[in-house]
Design a protein around this ligand. Structure first.
Ligand code: DAH
Length: 339
């Protein structure tokens, strides 16, 4: 037995553990219930009485040595992480490529933020809509060309269910649910059955604004438009309103801004006119208010709507609309630093 103890003591001198798992293996081998030392303890019971004293001392020494050795190995392992020279902790981390916001999201957010500063809040509605919310409530006559098969996508040949062709449908939904004052901004995707080219797509994005209260006038609309144009395109931007027609507004207008590319002097982008059209607007037609349960004798309001792609083209000069939906990272990466 004494030889066994001595050989174990000698073994301890050369023990090494290069990881936690090896250390645990050593502990199990020597100190666990079924380990070497436990089995020596069992044998100790059968040792002759006169040998018990010396062997007992030796056995205790062995046990302490084993424990000390394991503690020592554990400590070396813990310290070795910081002294490991194969890892250079001063090296900069690998750059993790960050995604970028899509240009349409950037511009949509910018438009919405400007209106939020005027007290508008976001409203959203479904993309699959019914005829009432997209057309009828908004004063489109039954034979209005916008309902035409050429323009509108119908769902499952049902003339009542359509993909919304404009976000004005969200106005209808909000007016049906709420009483004035209403001050909402409605961003969203819209669909039209158009042949896809560099300047037209079968889906695109719009932002619509609606303000209804007592005594809202065309002057209020104009003030909001001037504020919006200057915030979006810079303080030098001028606006021009041209009379127009929309079934849901009366009077209606289209707004041009002074071309932000040539500053109004005339260039190929503005077709040498110095102006570019960016949105439609007008005073909400009293019929629309009444259709949606708002008393047109008490309330009036203005509405305006614009295409996000068009504004994005103006801000970032994207020449081909199709770029927006092709997911080409070379295009998208250019907006990494945009806010
Ligand atoms: N809904 C119109 C369209 O898609 C845009 C529009 C024009 C919205 C005038 C309005 C508005 O709210 O007042 O072409």
């Amino acid at each position: 037995m004494i030889e066994k103890i001595n050989s174990l003591l000698a073994e301890f001198e050369n023990l090494k553990a290069s990881n936690v798992q090896e250390l645990e293996e050593i502990r199990v081998k020597y100190l666990s219930k079924k380990g070497e030392i436990s089995s020596l303890m069992d044998d100790f019971r059968n040792v002759a009485a006169e040998e018990k004293r010396t062997l007992g001392i030796k056995l205790n020494e062995l046990k302490t040595k084993a424990q000390d050795k394991i503690n020592e190995l554990k400590e070396t392992l813990e310290n070795s992480v910081s002294t490991d020279t194969s890892i250079d902790l001063t090296r900069t981390a690998y750059p993790i490529p960050m995604g970028a916001r899509h240009p349409l999201s950037l511009v949509k957010k910018e438009i919405c933020d400007i209106f939020k500063r005027l007290g508008f809040s976001i409203a959203e509605g479904p993309e699959i809509e019914d005829d009432w919310h997209v057309f009828s409530a908004l004063n489109f006559a039954p034979d209005h060309p916008a309902r035409d098969m050429q323009d509108t996508f119908f769902i499952a040949r049902n003339p009542e269910i359509v993909l919304r062709t404009h976000t004005s449908s969200v106005q209808t939904r909000v007016m049906e649910k709420e009483q004035p004052p209403i001050r909402i901004i409605c961003p969203g995707r819209v669909y039209r059955n158009e042949a896809i080219s560099y300047r037209a797509h079968c889906f695109f994005h719009q932002v619509e604004a609606l303000y209804i209260d007592k005594d809202v006038s065309f002057a209020d609309l104009k003030q909001a438009l001037i504020f919006f144009a200057k915030e979006l395109f810079g303080a030098d931007t001028k606006i021009r309103l041209r009379p127009s027609y929309f079934p849901f507004t009366e009077p209606s207008a289209e707004m041009d801004i002074s071309c932000n590319i040539c500053g109004g002097k005339g260039c190929p982008f503005c077709k040498h006119t110095g102006w570019v059209e960016i949105l439609g607007c007008g005073m909400v037609d009293p019929n629309v208010l009444d259709n949606c349960g708002i008393d047109s004798k008490i309330y009036s309001g203005y509405a305006l709507g614009m295409g996000v792609e068009r504004i994005t083209n103006l801000k970032y000069r994207v020449k081909d609309l199709r770029m927006f939906s092709e997911n080409d990272v070379r295009f998208l990466q250019q907006f990494e630093n945009a806010q």
